[in-house]
Design a protein around this ligand. Structure first.
Ligand SMILES: *Cc1c(COP(=O)(O)O)cnc(C)c1O
Length: 428
């Protein structure tokens, strides 16, 4: 068999539906065939054809240090030597839980699961169990994983495919899910168990919370006795050491984590105050479980990441990412297509548009979608990919700069972005 991306994708498509294990990887919204990765190192990934890309996907935020960081690799191999799962408590889960709770102000306890989806699903169950209420509120364009009751008006791949939700989700499953526009403080009543929010919306491309939005949610939840749930699956341990709660100074009742805390292995976690979490089995009536939860390999990997970074690392990452964002925006504009790079801390969202004029910063899903619907992203994505820079194959995803992306590497991306922009502008 020829070692080509096409051949591997065709082979994958025989045995894996659509050839992918997560729809965002499929290139269905940008066209073409995905590259099949054989290895990654720091800021790079290499495909089966031997092409090396500067990788701005970084497993959609799961990688903070870059691929195959030596300390993480060593933590995983060490842990593997002692056995990878037991069905009994292990030291590793205690150590990671301590590392997390000591870094996030207000977070007292966490329980580990194996994905962000599971974390949110479990946290919503806690909120409903603790309040005895059924209704939940989420925001248009926010993504909280693929549990039935959260698959409405979702961002990421759901937005990519232009779906209002998902087939296979019965109306009853979403009957208690209320959707509201991001950045508008909703009016709640005593029937709401919780409000779920991405404190920085990072699945409708990037949309920053307006000043006062998160504070307003906190106050509105308190007014009616609903719980505030921060889905920090992306922002946790990336925006700052203490995540969005520290960054914005707003403390939720429940947190969800994933991505960074697994160091590249499958982990999620949800948590909050110890008193609230007494509702969870075995202490309370809310059932939640997992054979591989708190997995020794995954918790070792996650802990090695958290221990590797300091508050100063986040400042450095933010400074570098923001400078890159500014340069990237200017470089694309220079090439002839409209661009706006939105940044919040080290998080970067690139919007490209059909006009030459600068693009206005979107404040919600409708505004983000209006820019994305101009259809320039797929052209720009491929022009950049041909030059060895891999961004996410979907315009609703954000760019991830890892700790391994040096100034030199980012400068290379900027130079290639001008070329890509010139090419796209010339083709139109
Ligand atoms: C990725 C993501 C999830 C889902 O996590 P998985 O590990 O993919 O299940 C949930 N919420 C947010 C904000 C995410 O970005």
């Amino acid at each position: 068999m020829a070692e080509t991306n096409r051949a591997w994708f065709e082979r994958a498509s025989v045995v894996i539906p659509g050839g992918v294990d997560s729809p965002v990887r499929s290139f269905s919204s940008v066209g073409g065939v995905p590259y099949t990765v054989v290895e990654g190192e720091g800021p790079y990934v290499v495909d089966v054809e031997g092409t090396r890309y500067i990788d701005l996907v970084q497993s959609y935020g799961a990688s903070l240090l870059g691929h195959a960081h030596p300390q993480v690799v060593s933590a995983i191999t060490q842990a593997a030597r002692h056995g990878s799962t037991f069905g009994a408590p292990t030291k590793g889960e205690v150590l990671l839980a301590e590392a997390m709770t000591s870094r996030v102000p207000g977070l007292e306890q966490v329980r580990f699961v194996s994905s962000g989806t599971e974390a949110v699903m479990s946290a919503v169950r806690v909120a409903r169990g603790a309040t005895g209420r059924s209704k939940i509120l989420k925001f248009d364009g926010c993504y909280h994983g693929h549990a039935d009751h959260l698959l409405v008006a979702g961002g990421s791949g759901v937005a990519e495919l232009g779906l209002p939700g998902s087939a296979g989700v019965p109306p009853e499953a979403v009957a208690d899910t209320v959707v509201a526009p991001y950045n508008v403080i909703p009016t709640l009543d005593e029937t709401f168990a919780c409000v779920l929010v991405e404190p920085v919306a990072a699945n409708m491309n990037l949309v920053a919370p307006a000043p006062g939005f998160l504070e307003g949610l906190r106050a509105e939840c308190d007014r009616v006795g609903a719980l505030l749930l921060f889905d920090e699956v992306i922002t946790g341990f990336r925006l700052a050491q203490g995540g969005a709660a520290e960054f914005f100074g707003v403390t939720p009742d429940l947190w969800c984590f994933g991505k960074v805390i697994g160091g590249g292995l499958p982990v999620g976690a949800f948590g909050g105050k110890a008193e609230l979490l007494t509702v969870l089995a075995p202490q309370g009536p809310v059932y939640q479980a997992g054979t591989l939860s708190g997995n020794p390999l995954a918790t070792a990997a996650g802990r090695s990441v958290l221990e590797h970074v300091t508050p100063a690392s986040y400042i450095e990452l933010t400074t570098r990412a923001q400078a890159f964002g500014r340069d990237l925006e200017a470089a694309i504009q220079r090439g002839g297509i409209g661009a706006r790079v939105v940044s919040v801390g080290p998080l970067l969202g690139l919007y490209v548009g059909s006009g030459r004029d600068p693009i206005e910063t979107p404040t919600n899903y409708v505004e983000a979608k209006a820019i994305i619907d101009q259809g320039i992203y797929p052209l720009f994505f491929h022009a950049l990919l041909r030059r060895g820079v891999a961004m996410a194959p979907g315009a609703y995803e954000i760019m991830f700069v890892s700790m391994s992306h040096s100034d030199e590497i980012l400068a290379e991306v900027v130079a290639k972005a001008t070329e890509a922009s010139l090419e796209v502008a010339a083709s139109r």
